[in-house]
Design a protein around this ligand. Sequence first.
Ligand SMILES: [Zn+2]
Length: 512
Amino acid sequence: MTKKLTFSLLLSILSLGLLLSQQPDFITEKYFPDPDIRFNTPTLSIEEERFATYDEIIRWIEDSIAVHSYAQVEIIGTTPLGREVPVIYLSNGSSAGKIRIWMQGLLHGNEPAGGEALLYLANRILTTVKGSEFLDNMEIAILPVANVDGYIAMSRRSAGGYDLNRDQTKFADPVSKMIKKAFIDWQADIAFDFHEFQPTRREFSGIGTKGASTAYDVLFLPSGYLNIPEGLRKVSRDIFQREAELALDEHGYTHNFYFTADVSGDEMILNKGAQSPHSSSTSYALSNAISMLVETRGIGLGRTSFPRRTNSSYVVANSFLESALLHRDEIQDIVAGAREATIAATEEIAVLNEPLIYNTGVNFIDMSNGELITLDLKIRDAENLTPTLTRPRPEGYMLEGSCIREAEILSLLGLEVKQITKRKRYRVESFVIRKYEEAEAEWERINTVDATADLINQKKVFPKGSYYLDLHQKNANYAISVLEPESPNGFVSYRVTPTSAGDTLRVHRVVK
Ligand SMILES: [Zn+2]
């Protein structure tokens, strides 16, 4: 006992040092005070200034979640460092007519508020009248600690060194595969991914005399990617985001669109939104689900404002469930319509897109005096894209027999990929690579490729064992997003499909 106490004391002193916040108290007090709520959650129920250990979280799930009959805790796999990854499935029985909602947190291990909020939400669903009403209308899957090894190390990355939110088209990390398989097998209608953002960044160091910090509690990231059916994109913004913004307003929390910043010379440009199939907001939507990524203001803050960060994540997550309840029939129609439209789709596919550019005001906090500054900044808006390269949607794709890794990834993404059992002639458009450039800098352990291709029409005989992927299926939008060689996050770009200038790609478009 004494030994244990001494150890935990030592741990808390060590953690305290590591968790010292980079934010001055006067800014926390002025803009980000904690709510007057007692949370029963793993980190907020411990007195010490540290985060709950993985073992404490597992024990908390056993004691506060698994004891309820409407909760089923399943282990979806084991990480490279041997830790089990639990998903909490909440259901009060029959699945008939219910919406399926997937929620995850801590895909980046140093963004703990999302995981904490989702555990709070799970407990509330199981112990309140409102929760029963949710479960009469929906089934909910909660993955509270997506990146277990990263959480234990308080690292953004996985044990394998990967950013798991840049790994959803190349699947270099086994944890990415484990999560995607659980998600695809469960066939969610809606998916939400909870993150935290870093408020004080070097890009903001030129603002004021001591630099500036992002002023918002919550940032929203719906996908603007044009290969996602429009109805799904619209409903994620117009229903889920809008109603969550109103809920945040009611609680006195501030919000804006998600952005990253680029500084060139004197100018700072903000990139709004996302169109990247390698990350969750777009990736989940490509399975024909409504999808959104949410970020609370947290990275680098240690335990500062942790109740507020947890509560603002919870307010958003709870609002999402309220929206699903309120608009249940409309949502079911839109999701079903998107699936049917994808299976029957004939319209062009968008391979490359340009964001809309305009100026808008964004709030920052001056770190020297705590004043709010509104800057008029240039925005590159990926929620408003215009295609710059389109192609007719093919009937399907033929992949040569050597495309083993491609076929594996496509199957993981829920696509049916068939190996032909005897040689067959297909009318195809083949890609002849015209330009092939490898990036000089390594990124996620690869040098990405920028390629362009010309199409040649031919009748080509494919031997037994070649793969045929028919595009008339629910998850077809994944295929069109990774198989065209120009796609920024596709198989050529990410070195899944090797090629070089002058080559004919081993992936072919099947045409009528
Ligand atoms: Zn993140």
